[in-house]
Design a protein. Structure first.
Length: 79
């Protein structure tokens, strides 16, 4: 199956705006994140939130064909 990934904040700076990935059926968003971290070890300490199709989900959420998966690291701001 194929899913669409979107990265925000510091992840966007490191990984780009997004990409498309082919995954095996039954893949969870947490397993997807772990595979991204294996490819980019510098991001392993980031605590991210996951959204699938614009709804926040837990790492155990199982992905489906065509899902849009967004990764949100902590954001600070102010001024």
């Amino acid at each position: 199956m194929r899913v669409h990934l979107k990265y925000f904040a510091t992840l966007r700076e490191r990984l780009g705006t997004g990409e498309e990935r082919a995954l095996r059926a039954g893949t969870t968003v947490g397993a997807l994140w772990e595979s991204i971290v294996r490819e980019q070890p510098a991001i392993q300490r980031l605590h991210v939130r996951f959204a699938v199709n614009e709804r926040y989900v837990e790492p155990s959420h199982e992905l489906a064909e065509g899902d849009e998966v967004a990764f949100f690291p902590p954001v600070s701001g102010g001024g």
